[in-house]
Design a protein around this ligand. Structure first.
Ligand SMILES: [Zn+2]
Length: 309
C-alpha cells in the first residue's frame, strides 16, 4: 500500500466514525433523557408534552364566563355570571375560610328566565342542547348527577367552558339512599363536588334536591345546607317532561304556566337533559323562541337568583 492510498484509507475510516457518532448522539440523548426533556429534544415545547393525567385544571380562566369564590378581594361578584368555588367544603374548613354564602341582593328584572336542565350530563341529549343554546347565544344552568358527570367529564367540561352554570344534583339520585338523613344527603353533595372539581378544577355552590326539597327536607337538611354554604335551587315552571310527554305538550305546559305574570321577574324553568329526554331536546328551540319573542332576559342561576316562590 503506498502513502496516498494509506492516507485515503485513514480519511475514509475517520469519516465513517464521525458519521456514526453524528447519527447516534441524538438517539443516545433520547435514551438517557427523562420524558419532559425528550419532548424538548424532539422539538416540542414543554407545555405540549402529553400529560399522564387526564384531568385538566381550568381554574380560574379568563376565557370562562364565570365568577369564582377564592377569597381574593380583586375578584368581586360579577352580575349575571355562574358562580364556582375554587375550594371544596373540606378545603375551606382546613383553611378556616367562611363557608356561608356571601350576602348578595336578589335580581328581579321585568322579564327574566332561567332555563335549567337536570339529571345529565347525557351523551345524546346534552351536546345537542349545548349546540342549540350556542346558536341562540344564550346561557343555561345544568344540575348534574355525580355518577353521570364521572362517566362524561368531557361533556361536563364543555358545559363549563361554554359559560353555563353547573349545579350539584346529588351523586346517585336514588331517593332511598339520599334521603336517609341530612348527613347522607350532604355526603352525596360533597362526593359530587369532588367529581366536578376533578373534571373542571372548581365546584358549584348551587344545588337542587332530586324530586325537589318539599316532602324530603327537614329542618336538619336546611340547617346543614346553610351552614356548609350550599344554595338549594327549586323551580316555579315545570315543563312536565319527566313523563312520556311529547315536545308539543312540553312547550304548552310551559306556556300555560307563564300566564302567571308574577313569575315573569324570575321564571325558573325545570327541564331534563338526562337519558330518555329526547322530546325536551325537540321542544327546546320553540321554548327559546317563546321567551325571545317576548323579550325575556336569559340568565344563569347564581347567588342573585331569587327563591322561586
Ligand atoms: Zn333529577
Amino acid at each position: 500500500m503506498n502513502n496516498t492510498s494509506r492516507f485515503f484509507h485513514t480519511v475514509c475510516g475517520l469519516s465513517a466514525i464521525c458519521l456514526l457518532l453524528l447519527v447516534s448522539s441524538p438517539l443516545a440523548l433520547l435514551a438517557f433523557a427523562d420524558f419532559n426533556s425528550s419532548a424538548s429534544v424532539i422539538g416540542l415545547p414543554l407545555e405540549q408534552a402529553p400529560s399522564q393525567s387526564t384531568a385538566i385544571n381550568t381554574s380560574p380562566n379568563q376565557n370562562v364566563d364565570a365568577y369564582y369564590i377564592n377569597e381574593n378581594p380583586d375578584n368581586p361578584p360579577t352580575a349575571a355570571k355562574p358562580v364556582y368555588d375554587v375550594f371544596t367544603v373540606e378545603e375551606r374548613q382546613a383553611r378556616g375560610l367562611v363557608l356561608e354564602v356571601p350576602k348578595v341582593s336578589q335580581y328581579y328584572g321585568e322579564k327574566v328566565v332561567y332555563l335549567t336542565f337536570d339529571d345529565g350530563p347525557d351523551p345524546e341529549n346534552t351536546p345537542v342542547i349545548l349546540d342549540i343554546l350556542k346558536s341562540n347565544s344564550i346561557k343555561a344552568t345544568f344540575f348534574v348527577v355525580g355518577n353521570e358527570a364521572e362517566k362524561y367529564p368531557d361533556i361536563l367540561r364543555r358545559i363549563y367552558q361554554e359559560g353555563h352554570a353547573i349545579g350539584n344534583h346529588s351523586y346517585n339520585h336514588v331517593y332511598r339512599d339520599l334521603y336517609q338523613s341530612a348527613n347522607s344527603y350532604i355526603a352525596q353533595l360533597r362526593h359530587t363536588d369532588d367529581v366536578i372539581k376533578k373534571a373542571i378544577g372548581v365546584r358549584p355552590r348551587i344545588s337542587r334536591a332530586p324530586g325537589g326539597s318539599a316532602g324530603s327536607f327537614t329542618k336538619e337538611y336546611w340547617g346543614a345546607l346553610n351552614k356548609l354554604g350550599y344554595i338549594e335551587v327549586g323551580w316555579n315552571i315545570s315543563s312536565g317532561d319527566a313523563s312520556s310527554a311529547k315536545a308539543n305538550r312540553i312547550l304548552n305546559n310551559i306556556v300555560s304556566q307563564m300566564e302567571n305574570k308574577n313569575l315573569w321577574s324570575h321564571a325558573i324553568v325545570l327541564m331534563h337533559d338526562g337519558r330518555g329526554h329526547a322530546e325536551t331536546v325537540k321542544a327546546l328551540t320553540d321554548i327559546i323562541k317563546y321567551y325571545k319573542e317576548r323579550k325575556f332576559e336569559f340568565r344563569v342561576v347564581n347567588f342573585e337568583t331569587p327563591a322561586p316562590w
